[in-house]
Structure formats: structure tokens, C-alpha cells
Design a binder for this molecule. Structure first.
Ligand code: HEC
Length: 199
């Protein structure tokens, strides 16, 4: 085979590959441009990540460090050289995300908050927290306005999954409710993000 012939063979063999790769690239672009993912599914994904982080932080960091006497978790963690409580970590992470300017927000809230700032801030949040208290099996969802823009909001029930939830909240000096029981809905995780890109 001459040099030219073998070059031709390589080019011919490679042609379908080039074709295939162009097709799949344009498919990907089409998918990005046209395929939608429902806001409810996005909210479910975000909730899954937020909950996983909180649970793993509570078990693999807070409980483990406390059990081994390494370091305690305390509400006054900054002054006390302690670990933040899981609720505090979630709230801090929500603030850090808010600072990124994506329009994405999430926080932990309750109809009976320890701190008033964690109470509902709008009527729809009150309605949502009431709804998930009655039926925690599914999130309460709504489209809300912030300024001119539409945001999707989802509120997921936050249940007393361990005795420590109950005992800490029932005995906290500022707590608005002192008869939480294991398994009760104690509040909710409120997630919201813009319907459409922020920038
Ligand atoms: C050691 C004490 C402690 C434990 C244990 C604890 N929390 Fe909290 N929780 C707090 C404090 C303190 C806040 C307020 C944090 C803030 O706003 O800085 C809070 C906030 C919350 C809020 C937001 C409303 C409010 O009360 O301010 C919810 C909902 C909540 N916790 C649910 C839970 C659940 C569910 C568990 C168990 C998985 C749990 N907490 C475990 C202390 C605790």
C-alpha cells in the first residue's frame, strides 16, 4: 500500500467517528436548549443534597467527635471553640449559597421556631409549613414572586428523626414549642430558585 492509500484508509475509517462525534455534540446542545427538567425535580435534587450533607455531618462529624470526647457541638460554637450544630451548618450553607447570587435560597424554618427569624416570613410560607405538618409525605410547592421575577418554592417536612431533636428543642430556653415528640414534623426546609436564569 502506498503512503497515500494508507492515509486515505485512515481518513475513511475515521469519517464515521467524526460524524458520530459531531452528531452527539449537537444532540447535547439541542438537549441543553430544548429539554426541560421540571422545577419540582430540581427541588427534589437540591433537597436530597442538603439532607444528605446535614445527616452525614450530624453522624460522621458531630456524633462521632462528641462520642470520642474530641470536641463538642454547641450553639455558641464560635466562642466556645466547638462544632456548629447541624441546623446552624444548614443555615450557614444557605447563606453562603445566597451570596453566590444565583437566586437560589434555602433555609430551615418552623411554625414554632427557637429563633423568630426562622419563622415563616410570608403568608405562603405559613400555608406551606401548615400543609407539610398535616401531610409530610410530599413537599408543598408554589410559584412565588420576588420583585418582578417568578421563583419556584418547595417546602419539605423536617421531622424529629431522633430523640436529640426533641430534647434539645423542648428544653431550649427560647423554644416556642416544648412538646415535640419523636417523629413529629418540627418544621421544614424551604428551597426557592428563579424560574429562568438569574443573569
Ligand atoms: C443541641 C440542640 C439541637 C438539636 C439536637 C437539634 N436542634 Fe434544631 N435547632 C437548634 C437551634 C439552636 C436552632 C436555631 C439555629 C439558628 O437559627 O441559629 C435550631 C433550628 C431548627 C429548626 C428551624 C426553626 C427553629 O427552631 O429555629 C428546625 C426545623 C430544627 N432545628 C429541627 C431539628 C431537627 C429535625 C433536629 C433533629 C434531626 C434538630 N433540630 C436537632 C438546636 C437543636
Amino acid at each position: 500500500m502506498t503512503h497515500h492509500q494508507s492515509m486515505l484508509r485512515i481518513v475513511l475509517l475515521a469519517l464515521p467517528l467524526i460524524f458520530v462525534s459531531t452528531v452527539s455534540q449537537s444532540d447535547a446542545q439541542d438537549a441543553e436548549a430544548t429539554a426541560g427538567i421540571s422545577p419540582r425535580v430540581v427541588a427534589d435534587y437540591l433537597h436530597a443534597v442538603i439532607q444528605a450533607d446535614r445527616t452525614l455531618y450530624a453522624t460522621h462529624v458531630v456524633s462521632r467527635m462528641q462520642d470520642t470526647g474530641t470536641v463538642m457541638a454547641s450553639e455558641g460554637w464560635k466562642k466556645r471553640n466547638a462544632l456548629p450544630l447541624p441546623a446552624q451548618m444548614l443555615l450557614l450553607s444557605g447563606l453562603a449559597v445566597q451570596e453566590q447570587g444565583l437566586g437560589l435560597q434555602f433555609r430551615l424554618a418552623s411554625l414554632w421556631p427557637i429563633y423568630e427569624r426562622n419563622g415563616p416570613t410570608t403568608e405562603i410560607e405559613t400555608k406551606g409549613l401548615e400543609a407539610i405538618t398535616k401531610d409530610p409525605s410530599q413537599p408543598y410547592t408554589a410559584v412565588i414572586k420576588r420583585g418582578e421575577k417568578d421563583y419556584f418554592m418547595a417546602i419539605y417536612a423536617d421531622k424529629a428523626v431522633s430523640k436529640s431533636c426533641v430534647s434539645c428543642h423542648n428544653t431550649h430556653i427560647l423554644s416556642a414549642k416544648r412538646d415535640h415528640k419523636l417523629g413529629d414534623v418540627m418544621g421544614g426546609i424551604i428551597i426557592s430558585f428563579p424560574l429562568g436564569a438569574e443573569k
